[in-house]
Write a protein that binds this ligand. Structure first.
Ligand code: SIN
Length: 542
């Protein structure tokens, strides 16, 4: 299926920007701030700037800034966690350039937590042999970072922010010149406020739409994480890779009445002394890995799943009662308060947890400039597969990746655009319906041979639940071939129903996107009949 829109889609407005950024998490905002101020740029967010995985990020941002640390040590921890699947050039870029981006965030007034000497305070998380994770607001690093950057974005004259704007399709042209036959981006079609469609003409699109949490029954991601950018890229024929590598965070807060969007008990709690115990109070990580509770995430998640299978219980526990209440209230205010809302005082009670979907290591394949297989189409943040995470992401490398590769994508666009005489230059004025050549706009969609599909509403809530069930049962921490095949057959049947019809609403699009990405994940998982990193096949024999 090439387009989610159809021939009957009515475009209410057409306008033009030099750069379109889809997603307002850390990758999207930081990319926007690095776009040359002579270029007009629009940021599209499905909801608002306070609704992203970045906003929810607790633990912090990893970077080798501490005196006893080096980029090389950070590199080593990253590739060990990545189980040999990392792209070492990309990792090298990440760990060497990352520290300057952290310094830049501090200059942009991100209120990092400092020690008694006024220096960054560092914490430690799973897989790190050094304390190298900087944080803000105790355990509210994402919120504090996004707040600071959003303030600056709103003052930039060349940046427009458009909330409640949902990406339907990336439009490409296959009419490349003789010397370059690869397709090029020509624009995007979005739905504004779930009511009207807009066609935005552009030569540069950055997809920074985050993750895929809504493919699962339980995830730390917000409800907006339906894989929209990845699905649009798949429809546009862009290469995606490594998407079978899905990270399950070992410690989502467990409760009897889980809503699906799970509250995270940050790994930083274990970094500051929290231990994992079963219902008997026994530590079970000691025999499993030399780093015990701070082993790489895939190892801890599998250990918990096995422990739960052995005990028949629904959860294990994080125990941080070795710390004082004063310490916990200051260091982990968000976690302390949320647990209190659940009737848990973390200074005296153990915290019930279990593994939940958290992150996707793979995604839209990019080079180290964030460029995808389609000219003018970039990806960064969780939606991208830059190669830095390999088969398992090292804790707190995700925000660093947003910074380094968001900036790099922007720099690439700046370079290309400055040499492109058709772009406006000095005083960027987004072109409106009146001045962007409506003729060209209409033509470009008419040329697409969109076709018509019958207009029909389906029960999207039920279809999503069915996909989530299939993914949670068969494509979770421990997988096997038969389960993956069951999931694939079930999701393909749902996808067939969806692609046979057209419905001009966000619910249709999101369900279609969830099905599209789920099929891609399960297919990739079946194509890798081995256990590596977060992709663990119990029927694989070495
Ligand atoms: C956490 O705080 O445990 C999450 C950090 C991350 O996902 O890197």
């Amino acid at each position: 299926m090439r387009y989610a829109i159809s021939g009957e889609t009515k475009i209410a407005k057409t306008y033009e920007y030099d750069v379109v950024i889809v997603g307002a998490g850390l990758a999207g905002l930081y990319a926007a701030l690095n776009i040359d101020e002579s270029l007009s740029c629009i940021i599209l967010a499905k909801e608002n700037m306070d609704n992203s995985s970045s906003w929810l990020a607790q633990g912090g941002i990893a970077a080798a800034i501490n005196r006893d640390d080096t980029p090389l040590l950070h590199f080593e921890d990253t590739v060990v966690a990545g189980a040999g699947e990392c792209d070492t050039e990309a990792v090298s870029v990440l760990v060497n350039e990352g520290p300057a981006d952290i310094e830049n965030l501090a200059r942009l007034n991100v209120p990092f937590d400092l020690d008694e000497f006024g220096e960054f305070h560092f914490t430690r998380e799973g897989g790190h042999k050094k304390r190298r994770v900087v944080h803000a607001g105790g355990d509210a690093t994402g919120r504090e970072t996004i707040r600071a950057l959003a303030g600056i974005v709103s003052e930039r004259k060349n940046i427009t922010f458009s909330g409640y704007t949902c990406l339907f399709d990336v439009i490409t042209s296959d009419s490349g010149s003789a010397s370059d036959s690869s397709p090029k981006v020509t624009g995007v079609v979005v739905r504004y406020k779930d009511s009207e469609f807009h066609h935005i003409l552009t030569k540069n699109v950055i997809i920074a739409t985050g993750g895929i949490g809504q493919l699962y029954l339980a995830s730390t991601n917000p409800p907006v994480a339906t894989g929209d950018g990845i699905a649009a890229a798949i429809r546009a024929g862009v290469r995606v890779s490594n998407i079978e590598f899905i990270q399950f965070h070992p410690t989502g807060l467990w409760s009897e009445n889980s809503s699906g969007s799970e509250f995270l008990i940050s790994e930083a709690v274990r970094g500051d002394g929290g231990i994992l115990v079963n219902s008997e109070g026994e530590r079970f990580m000691l025999d499993i890995h030399e780093l015990a509770e701070l082993a790489p995430r895939d190892i801890v998640a599998r250990a918990i799943v096995r422990e739960l299978k052995r005990s028949g219980e629904s959860c294990v526990y994080v125990d941080i009662t070795s710390k004082t209440e004063d310490f916990l209230m200051t260091r982990f205010p968000t976690i302390y308060n949320e647990c209190l809302n659940h009737g848990i005082n973390i200074a005296v009670d153990r915290i019930p947890v279990n593994p939940v979907q958290h992150y996707m290591m793979g995604g839209i394949e990019t080079d180290i400039c964030g460029l995808t297989s389609v000219s003018g189409l970039y990806a960064c943040g969780e939606a991208a597969n830059t190669g830095v995470h390999g088969a398992n992401r090292l804790a707190s490398n995700s925000m660093l990746e947003c910074l380094v590769f968001g900036r790099r994508a922007a720099a690439h666009i700046n370079n290309v655009s400055i040499n492109d005489s058709s772009l406006e230059g000095d005083n960027p004025q987004p072109k409106t319906q009146d001045n962007c050549s409506q003729e060209i706009a209409n033509q470009s969609l008419q040329l697409l041979s969109l076709g018509n599909r019958p207009h029909k509403k389906l029960d999207y809530t039920q279809l999503r639940k069915n996909i989530q069930q299939l993914m949670s049962e068969n494509c979770f921490v421990i997988r096997n071939t038969a389960g993956l095949k069951t999931a694939l057959a079930g999701i393909e049947a749902i996808y067939s129903q969806l692609k046979a019809v057209y419905d001009d609403c966000n619910d249709y699009l999101e369900t279609l996107n969830i099905a599209t990405v789920a099929i891609a994940i399960v297919t990739s998982a079946l194509n890798r009949p081995q256990s590596i990193g977060a992709h663990y096949m119990e029927d694989y024999r070495q």
